[in-house]
Design a protein around this ligand. Structure first.
Ligand code: G4F
Length: 337
């Protein structure tokens, strides 16, 4: 009996929240997992590869820059993937207002280079593009579906619309199995500290540990459809297992304000958010996405995907993890979760 050769997957953005969960998920499924990382990450693994700690010895990392077609071409040629997940991006919306040019360059060219390399070297490789609910922006309908018109409100959102259209064009023009996930906000204890959920849960932990007295936040009234990243990466994989490529919304179908996220997080630690949260006008964005709410019925019907982890469980998991990391016992303080 011959063993079936392993399916090879290539992930850009493997060091991030989604990339690390996806790599673990694919390893469990028996894939040979390759990742694209910046050279600095390989030179400074203690700081930049922490999310991959548990799986470092089981994955192959390739140094490349999304700003260089030559380096991307080389990695694709070396890895010869059967599936390629393009997750890497400048993904912090606020930063895209500070440096519009680098956000557009990295996000649009990076997507184009990877699509082109896959088409030229492994045209039968299945391709996933990480689209975003930020593409809906000033959304024209509620909830948002795959048919809702895009109205991005930042260069980040614009770059994602461009990536989405490039992916669709490679599908239509070259017959590639290229799909986009339109993922609504997804969080976890691995979320970067700059995003509002992690900023809040790590802020709660710092306050409990006595290292901070307040938490400065911007628009508390913004509403987001927040799910758990570990579940969302399964949606990505399911998209590439379909006979036909297509685009799918991945969301929970529930929306909550930033204020509610803060209220629940502090309450889980036995604190009242109103005693600590300080509104800071400098943290408001020049153009805000006020409300996002996704309709994932297509993903449910065609992929069999739906979320299980709800808003409150997500908040609790994130607060607990940050409290543990800060050396405070979260449950001791919990009274109102
Ligand atoms: O956590 P955020 O920075 O995420 P945002 O802008 O919704 O984008 C995230 O989700 C997208 C999917 O829809 C991804 F494509 C994107 O890459 C990223 O992962 O902000 C959420 C909301 C915003 O309305 C923001 O104005 O929270 C509001 N907010 C209020 N105070 C704040 C803060 N956001 C941040 N980051 N920091 C604050 O102090």
């Amino acid at each position: 009996m011959f063993a079936m050769p392993a399916q090879r997957a290539l992930i850009s953005g493997i060091t991030g929240q989604d990339g690390s969960y996806l790599a673990e998920f694919l390893l469990e499924k028996g894939y040979e997992v390759h990742g694209i990382v910046r050279r600095v990450a390989i030179e400074d693994p203690e700081h930049r590869l922490t999310r991959l700690d548990g799986i470092r010895s089981r994955i192959k990392l390739h140094a490349a820059s999304l700003e260089s077609y030559a380096s991307i071409h080389q990695v694709v040629a070396r890895a010869e993937p059967h599936e390629c997940y393009h997750l890497a991006a400048q993904s912090f919306v606020s930063y895209s207002f500070d440096d519009e040019f680098s956000t557009l360059n990295a996000n649009i060219n990076g997507t184009h280079y990877l699509l082109a390399a896959v088409k030229n070297i492994v045209p039968r490789c299945r391709f996933y593009f990480a689209g975003s609910s930020e593409m809906f922006g000033k959304a024209e309908e509620v909830p948002q579906t795959e048919r809702t018109r895009f109205h991005p409100r930042s260069t980040y959102g614009i770059s994602k619309v461009a990536g989405f259209e490039l992916t669709r064009n490679y599908r239509e023009a070259y017959g590639m199995h290229a799909s986009s996930g339109i993922l609504f906000n997804h969080e976890s204890p691995r979320r970067g500290y700059e995003f509002v959920t992690r900023k809040i849960t790590s802020g709660v932990a710092r306050i409990l540990a006595g290292r901070s007295k307040e938490l400065r936040l911007g628009n508390l009234d913004a509403q987001r459809d927040w799910g758990h990243a570990r579940e969302y990466v399964q949606g990505m994989w399911l998209m590439l297992q379909q006979d036909e490529p297509d685009d799918y919304v991945i969301a929970t179908g529930e929306t909550h304000t930033v204020r509610e996220f803060a209220e629940k997080s502090f309450a889980h630690a036995g604190l009242d958010y109103r005693d600590y949260v300080v509104p800071d006008p400098d943290l408001f964005r020049p153009a805000e996405v006020n409300m996002l709410l996704g309709d994932a019925n297509k993903a449910k019907a065609k992929l069999g995907w739906s979320h299980r982890i709800g808003f409150e469980a997500l908040v609790r998991e994130m607060v607990d993890a940050d409290c543990r990391a800060a050396g405070v016992e979260p449950r001791v303080h919990a009274s109102a979760s």
